[in-house]
Design a protein around this ligand. Structure first.
Ligand code: SF4
Ligand code: SF4
Length: 164
């Protein structure tokens, strides 16, 4: 089933308990081939996903900006890092740099990212479903399945493929 973006938070909520239990077992005993499986599921899902039709991550949550991200993006705008921080970022409760507001300032009406070539690392890696040792980011993924339809589908496919 293709999750509709409006229904996704509710779908993820309905599956939350099941997904949490699945991740708890996965953490205890990750299958040996997990990295390969995630790579396969991620590639398969993103072959049929066009992020330009969605952009829900850019619209509803922002990335963390590392110092390297700040330096690179500020340079792109020919700004000093502090100028860039003052214009676009704030420090959150975990002491990380995040966007002052969402949808992201750099997202265009056509869903294109205006700083795509220099975008934060967290943006280029989202939703992190091809990450090695995927079981280590289960808490983050539990949040991401309510934001990203591709992540939701990948986790549902994982449940089918991994017999616990
Ligand atoms: S929420 Fe997921 S599917 Fe949508 S644009 Fe972001 S990464 Fe792509
Ligand atoms: S920087 Fe680009 S990719 Fe990242 S949230 Fe903003 S618009 Fe999306």
């Amino acid at each position: 089933m293709e999750p509709n973006i409006k229904q996704l938070p509710q779908l993820a909520k309905d599956k939350h308990k099941e997904t949490k239990g699945f991740f708890a077992k996965l953490k205890k005993k990750p299958p040996k081939h997990l990295d390969y499986l995630m790579q396969e599921l991620h590639e398969k899902e993103f072959e049929r996903t066009d992020c330009l039709d969605c952009a829900n991550c850019c619209k509803t949550t922002g990335p963390l900006f590392t110092d390297k991200d700040v330096a690179r993006i500020a340079k792109h705008f020919k700004m000093k890092p502090q100028q860039f921080i003052d214009s676009y970022l704030r420090v959150d409760e975990d002491n990380d740099f995040v966007l002052q507001s969402v949808p992201c300032t750099f997202l265009g009406a056509d869903n294109y990212c205006s700083i795509y070539e220099v975008r934060p690392k967290a943006c280029s890696e989202f939703p992190h479903t091809d990450r090695k040792k995927f079981q280590q980011i289960s808490n983050l993924t539990l949040k991401n399945v309510a934001i990203c339809p591709a992540a939701y589908n990948i986790v549902e496919a994982m449940k089918q493929r991994i017999n616990q």
